[in-house]
Design a protein around this ligand. Structure first.
Ligand SMILES: Nc1ncnc2c1ncn2[C@@H]1O[C@H](COP(=O)(O)OP(=O)(O)OP(=O)(O)O)[C@@H](O)[C@H]1O
Ligand SMILES: [Mg+2]
Length: 438
């Protein structure tokens, strides 16, 4: 079956958006709607869009800027302008900034159809020329904090060579995302990327899964089989949860890294391979080395390049950006529109410590989008966020300071409702008012 093409429509007029959507659905396209450029940009960032249809005159940021942005970042995506203010000047500027066609409101469904077909046909012609730009879009690591910029800089430096890479970081920080973006943004992106969860495969199978086996190597080995290493030839093998690999697997891995060859289980002969190894774990390998459950020599082979993915609490300035990404994603998925966060809810997200990192943030937003009406408020967020108090990690608090932190917490959780807060604290409102003044 033919896959439906994705069309992003951008207009500050909801009626036009809905009209376009109806027409495009009846022409069998899949649509995404955005009522502002900001929304459009977030959708582009997250979704493979085949055609952008945008209005020109919009409050805040106008359609020209969107076209320009899209031309820079998604040169292969055709852009079609639909506008209600027909002026030659606008039409010319739009085309100069990268739009391929121009449609004046009001338009008929037939006119729309012809313009869409024409625009989409330019994409097919240009596709092969700059395919790399399309894959780059995939696997985007979101964040503007210094710590995450550090990570993306390292990715840029290592993506085109085959040096072994070790990725460390807490659970849910984006280790796998980093591994994928190294592969897909690099020179070898057309070769396979194979992810193996060393903790998810039973120990006795891991060896033969990774390295393959020859006929008769063990009962049940009725044929010669290639392992993941050979399947990833020319590309990347991602060994996730490497700390869970047994000592037997570890010594085989060491050999692969040293000699660039694999020996199938049961075989004598080795076979050359050309592949990049990326390993990741959230367990502490240094501790495992001390306990002799992880080989020290393997550790040094793996950590030629080390990337430490920072926990979310060390880059809280990225929370609004990340939240935005998930708001668009789940808004589109569950509500068919853009869901926003109110300021108190956002403040709560920024105060929280995120032990589960980005995965936890994503889950919280997914759930809140489902629960909320149009805007996510504090009431749509789980209690764990409301009741966590950030204690300093390297000092102890006085009772007074501790009281202050707790009162702030309760006030935030009750949306600054003094009556409710006083009730929870079991003090009267006057006392509370006195304490907040202090
Ligand atoms: N910088 C980021 N920008 C956007 N999304 C991110 C980012 N980092 C992580 N994510 C998303 O968060 C989720 C968790 O990331 P990932 O699976 O890569 O984490 P992990 O470190 O491998 O976790 P674990 O240790 O539990 O395996 C994924 O859905 C991923 O797409
Ligand atoms: Mg992972």
């Amino acid at each position: 079956m033919l896959q439906k093409e994705n069309i992003l429509i951008v207009d500050d007029d909801i009626n036009i958006l809905e009209l376009l959507q109806r027409h495009l659905h009846s022409l069998d396209y899949h649509t995404y709607k955005a009522i502002s450029v900001k929304e459009a940009v977030a959708i582009l960032r997250d979704t493979e869009i085949d055609l952008l249809i945008t209005d020109l005159k919009m409050p805040e940021v106008d359609g020209f800027q969107l076209i320009q942005f899209a031309s820079e970042h998604y040169p292969n995506m055709p852009k079609l302008v639909v506008t209600g203010y027909p002026s030659i000047q606008d039409a010319l500027s739009a085309i100069k900034s990268g739009a391929v066609d121009y449609l004046v409101k009001p338009f008929t469904k037939e006119e729309l159809k012809q313009s869409v077909l024409k625009s989409l046909s330019t994409k097919k012609k240009r596709k092969t020329a700059t395919e790399t730009a399309e894959t780059k879009k995939y696997n985007e690591i979101i964040g503007e904090s210094e710590v995450i910029k550090n990570v993306t800089q390292i990715i840029d430096r290592v993506k085109d060579n085959k040096a072994t890479i070790y990725i460390s970081g807490e659970s849910g920080t984006g280790k796998e995302l980093v591994a994928r973006s190294i592969h897909y943004n690099g020179k070898f992106s057309r070769a396979p990327f194979i992810a193996v969860n060393c903790g998810g495969i039973p120990e006795n199978l891991l060896e033969s899964e990774l390295f393959g086996y020859i006929k008769g190597a063990f009962t049940g080995a009725n044929d010669n089989r290639e392992g993941f290493f050979q399947a990833a030839e020319g590309g990347t093998i991602f060994l996730d949860e490497i700390g869970n690999a047994s000592l037997a697997v570890q010594s085989r891995l060491l050999r692969v890294l040293q000699e660039k060859e694999v020996v199938k289980v049961g075989a004598r002969k080795s076979e050359k391979i050309d592949i990049r190894v990326i390993a990741a774990t959230n367990s502490n390998l240094k501790e495992m080395i001390a306990k002799e459950t992880f080989r020290e020599d393997l550790f040094y082979r793996l950590t030629v390049v080390e990337i430490e993915v920072p926990p979310l609490r060390e880059r809280k300035e990225d929370i609004p950006l990340l939240a935005d990404k998930f708001l668009f994603k789940y808004g589109n998925e569950y509500k068919d529109r853009y869901i926003t966060l109110d300021t108190e809810a956002l403040a709560l997200l920024q105060r929280y410590d995120w032990p589960g990192n980005i995965r936890e943030l994503e889950n919280v937003i997914q759930r809140a989008v489902i629960m909320c009406d149009r805007t996510i408020g504090v009431k749509d967020l789980p209690d764990t966020l409301k009741y966590q108090i950030d204690f300093p990690k390297d000092s102890l608090l006085s009772l007074k300071e501790m009281e202050k932190k707790y009162i702030e917490k309760v006030l935030a959780a009750t949306n600054n409702n003094q009556t409710k807060a006083a009730e929870i604290l079991k003090i009267d409102r006057k006392t509370l008012r006195g304490k907040t003044k202090e």
